[in-house]
Design a protein around this ligand. Structure first.
Ligand code: PLP
Length: 389
């Protein structure tokens, strides 16, 4: 823990509970990026990319180790939304086809299926059960051959519930459904074990900057090797995704590279590789255990404060803890905490209409704890919240 804190330079200055927004990277991530940018400065972008191919490719190997897949099934993306949209836009959908979605979908995903609805695709929301979990029994009953896409967000960004993503994969497999299973693991990656063989998803996307502790402007899309047979034309193709083979024809890259573009911040890609390897070295099971411990302590501490309501739902809870302070707006709470050197975020209903709309919640205060946080920080956080009124 001492080394992890020392590696996390930001711990010295802030109490950072905004890991579900954007975490603090270990200094190794920043050092690798700065080093790469300096090398670009003096050597030339193309030349250094060729010379540092191993550093640039680290993200494929490390992500594949994390997700238990082949490096060729990994595409580098510049955000979770970027990866999600590249996957989504390659799924052929026609009038009358059905998309089943969960309650915890993020706005960018919703824009995708709402656009599809304008083209005659039927979008249906699978209800949560009374505990707040994606209801797998109702889901199973809703399946038929017209379902072409299942779009599920594994960890809810506005209440922290962990939905039963692997169970969804098992049900899809057992039913013989041909639907594409697109799993948004944006808030899960970096705090939970993600094994795409167990999850049974065709696609899985996440961002680099949240619990992965990578740089901004980075992300990962897993695309299962055999999913290409179910797909159409993504609509986003450049010289990385395809080859212009003759004047009249082109050929997609044979693997997940077909979802990539060739231009992005190369330093960021190096940084995400370093962040992923750092996470693997700490160990994802140890991370998950510590995040569960700290978030449990935080929920317990906040629940004991009069006038504070913990808003989390779901049987299995993640490192995301959401709450409300009576008589204060979420942004007032955030601002007050910031004056004490404490970072949180305040996701609102426009990011998660299906989660917050029915509960008539405008915004929640969200504390996302990570393994580099400490029990003392949790205690101090609760003390400061208790004094807010
Ligand atoms: C569940 C979920 N999916 C997707 C996203 C979008 O991530 P990005 O901004 O990297 O596209 C977020 C961001 O908060 C999220 O919480």
């Amino acid at each position: 823990m001492t080394k992890i804190r020392a590696d996390t330079v930001g711990c010295e200055g802030v109490l950072h509970f905004n890991n579900a927004g954007s975490s603090l990277p270990p200094h190794q991530v920043v050092d690798a990026m700065v080093d790469y940018l300096r090398a670009e400065e003096v050597t030339g972008g193309y030349e250094i990319a060729a010379a540092r191919a191993t550093d640039l490719n680290a993200v494929y190997d490390a992500s594949a180790r994390y997700l238990n897949c082949e490096p060729g099934e990994i595409a580098f993306a510049v955000s979770a939304g970027d990866g999600w949209w590249r996957a989504f836009s390659s799924i052929p959908l026609g009038v009358g086809d059905r998309i089943l979605v969960g309650h915890s979908e993020y706005q960018a995903n919703a824009f995708g299926w709402l656009q599809a609805r304008e083209q005659g695709v039927v979008v249906e929301v699978v209800p949560n059960n009374p505990a707040g979990d994606f209801d797998v029994e109702v889901f199973e009953a809703m399946l038929d051959e017209r379902v072409k896409l299942v779009s599920l967000t594994m960890v809810a960004m506005t209440n922290g519930a962990i939905h039963p993503a692997a169970e969804v994969g098992r049900i899809l497999k057992a039913s013989g459904s041909e639907a594409v299973y697109l799993l948004d693991a944006c808030q899960a990656a970096g705090q939970l074990r993600l094994d795409v063989q167990e999850l049974g998803c065709d696609f899985l996307n996440y961002t680099g900057r949240k619990f992965m502790r990578g740089p901004r402007g980075t992300g990962v899309l897993f695309a299962r090797g055999d999913v290409h047979a179910k797909l159409g034309h993504s609509g986003f193709v450049d010289g990385r995704s395809a080859q212009w083979t003759t004047a009249d024809s082109f050929r997609y890259a044979p693997d997940a590279k077909r979802f990539e573009f060739g231009e992005f911040g190369y330093g960021g890609k190096v940084g995400l590789g370093v962040a992923t390897n750092y996470m693997l070295a700490v160990g994802i099971d140890a991370i998950a255990e510590r995040v569960a411990l700290l978030s449990g302590l935080l929920r317990f501490g906040l629940s004991a404060i009069p006038n504070v309501a913990v808003l989390d739902t779901g049987t299995h809870k993640s490192g995301i803890v959401t709450f409300d302070v009576g008589g204060m707006t979420a942004s007032d709470v955030q601002a007050a905490l910031q004056t004490q050197g404490i970072n949180v975020s305040t996701p609102g209903v426009m990011l998660a209409q299906l989660e917050l709309g029915p509960r008539s919640i405008d915004a929640v205060v969200r504390a996302g704890v990570h393994y580099f946080n400490t029990e003392e920080e949790v205690a101090r956080f609760c003390e400061v919240v208790a004094e807010l009124r």
